[in-house]
Design a binder for this molecule. Structure first.
Ligand code: DC
Length: 221
């Protein structure tokens, strides 16, 4: 069975790129749970559904049969046969995904799917990245990490990615999400790494060191 490595953090903390690179170095799978919420939001928007209606959104979450990619180098997201990889990063999904993620039944449904996926994953470990992974999805994981960074640095990093995400949108989304899940402070036993003053490579090195100290996983490259 795959060991779960849990990585949380606010937008712009670098969690996606760090998680993916750490997964490559350790020969692990990578599960982007934010992409699952985004794919669900895309699907609901595409079908013209009311995002406030918990039962409707939960039914869609239950019906979501899309294959979630686990290979860190092949992250294509497909919903009902449509490749939504780019669309789920767009403004429309980014500004509405918090509404979808706010429903507790939706979260329970997706989380159960994440656990099933990791249990059968063809990797020695899976780095699972997202807002409540250290606390709800994998509280027993041997390596639970919270990446943080000062808000100004997080905004600058997002701008450097040229995703079109404005400072205002990033702060607004973090505020909406933190009403549902507290991802700014670490739960007991979760290691917090403040990346404000660190380069990308320094963060990856620190994360990989921490994981190899706490699990049987080894650096492959
Ligand atoms: O990490 P991200 O920006 O791709 O996440 C997209 C949205 O989904 C964001 O509003 C937070 C939410 N999310 C969540 O509530 N729980 C997760 N495990 C992952 C993402």
């Amino acid at each position: 069975m795959s060991v779960i490595i849990a990585i949380d953090g606010p937008a712009g903390s670098g969690k996606s790129s760090v998680s993916k690179e750490a997964a490559r170095r350790l020969g692990c799978g990578y599960l982007d749970t934010g992409a699952a919420y985004r794919s669900l939001a895309w699907d609901c928007l595409d079908q013209g559904l009311d995002l406030e209606h918990a039962d409707t959104i939960t039914a869609v979450a239950e019906s979501h049969e899309q294959l979630r990619p686990l290979n860190p180098d092949e992250q294509r997201h497909v919903v009902r046969g449509v490749d939504v990889t780019d669309a789920i990063r767009g403004e429309e999904v980014s500004s509405t995904v918090s509404a979808v993620a706010a429903h507790h039944d939706v979260r329970d449904t997706l989380n159960a799917g994440f656990r099933r996926l990791v249990e059968s994953a063809p990797y020695p470990g899976v780095i699972v990245e997202g807002r409540d992974i250290t606390t709800v999805v994998a509280p027993d994981s041997p390596a639970r990490i919270l990446l943080t960074a000062d808000e100004a640095v997080r905004i600058a990093r997002r701008e450097a990615e040229h995703t079109g995400v404005t400072a205002e949108a990033l702060v607004r989304r973090d505020a909406a999400d933190s009403k549902v899940v507290n991802f700014m402070t670490a739960a007991d036993g979760v290691w917090t790494l403040d990346t404000t003053e660190m380069s990308f490579d320094e963060v990856v090195d620190a994360v990989v060191d921490y994981i190899t100290q706490r699990t049987e996983l080894q650096v492959l490259r």
